[in-house]
Design a protein around this ligand. Sequence first.
Ligand SMILES: [Zn+2]
Length: 443
Amino acid sequence: MTLLLRAGLLFTGSQEIENGWVLSSDDGMIVEVGSGPPPRADEIIDEPNCVAMPGLVNAHDHMYQWATRGYVPDGTLFQWLRALYPVWARMDAETVRVAARAAMARLLLCGCSLSTDHHYVFPYGCRGIFEALVDVARELGLRFHPCRGSMSLGESKGGLPPDSVVEDEDAILAHTEEMIGRYHDPKPGAMCRVVVAPCSPFSVTPGLMRDSAALARKHGVRMHTHVAETLDEERFCIEKFGRRPVELMEDLGWTGDDVWYAHGIHLNDAEVDRIAEVKTGIAHCPSSNMRLGAGACRVEDLVRAGARVGLGVDGSASNEDANPAMEAHQALLLARVRATSPAALDARGALRLATRGGADCLGRDDCGTLEPGTCADIACFRVDDLAHAGIEDRVAALALAPPSRAQTVVVNGRVVVRDGRLLTADEDQIAREIAATSARLAV
Ligand SMILES: [Zn+2]
């Protein structure tokens, strides 16, 4: 099936084309972008009242957290984590499946076409969690980079998490390798790529960090972890290891263009330059960072230094929603507040972080723009609704007044959202299931 999508305004990431169109082939790749009389296609989508743009990219998430939203509404990261670890210890593959369906449905409905998920809670003896995440992405039609996360440094060894949620390190490495073998697709246009992702410096040992890096590089897969999120983490690393978080990562082989960090907030000037130099990515998660009072990422400095910067919704237990357009909006406002200048991040720059920037973090040169040869991942947002009707700059509008829902979403040349409704699952049923699962977990 070839697909032709026409829109009132096509924003390719670099060009803005009035009445533009995108043609995709039956393998889900874009073959032509243009304006004027369109070519023939098997399926035609016409959105004269929309801006069509590259599908949004979510560079950091913990989808299982959809089942534990609204806990510790006013705590710091460490307070919030200590309260939630025992709840997360009760999760099994079915809980994660229900939570991931909610998280992915919400992401798709918001115009997200490519997302990672950093899953690091594998209660002892619990099987099928990673498999459930991959299955749900396939079912709903989301392009997916699941991280096999891990925790191994329990309280009894000086870590933050209770021993009940940490795993044996050999078992972590063996399961990670098994998941890479089963699900990782390195080919262009891949719908699933596996990532190796120990959770954070305060929940895994330096030895597991080092071994995980070696495993990832043996298989040519990407690496992801939390770094420099809070000052509590910085103090922990200095007290326990005598190193700042980024120094510790450098020691353990966790720098390079195959690595991206979540957050990267508490960076000094030398660390900003170093991250840019080694091409390590940063997934900026402004809503979560503000919710937890973690701090403000130096986005302007990182971008100016040439670093790869994407956006993440982070787990919805520290955001309560999963709307990447809202993160572009928050990133724009936060950067301007931090710099006391609107020049810190312009509206198109914020949208670039939410598309091309995230694709860069995830190592996808075939995503994040609409050009021949890239993946047919397209989000259409209405600009004739009450929130946007008559607005002067329709592209800037998407960052200044973030849409809460996309009109049409195409992933890999397949229409998965139409008229603001999910075509691959029943949104209302997903909402009922997540309500029941969240209530069961809370008891
Ligand atoms: Zn996170």
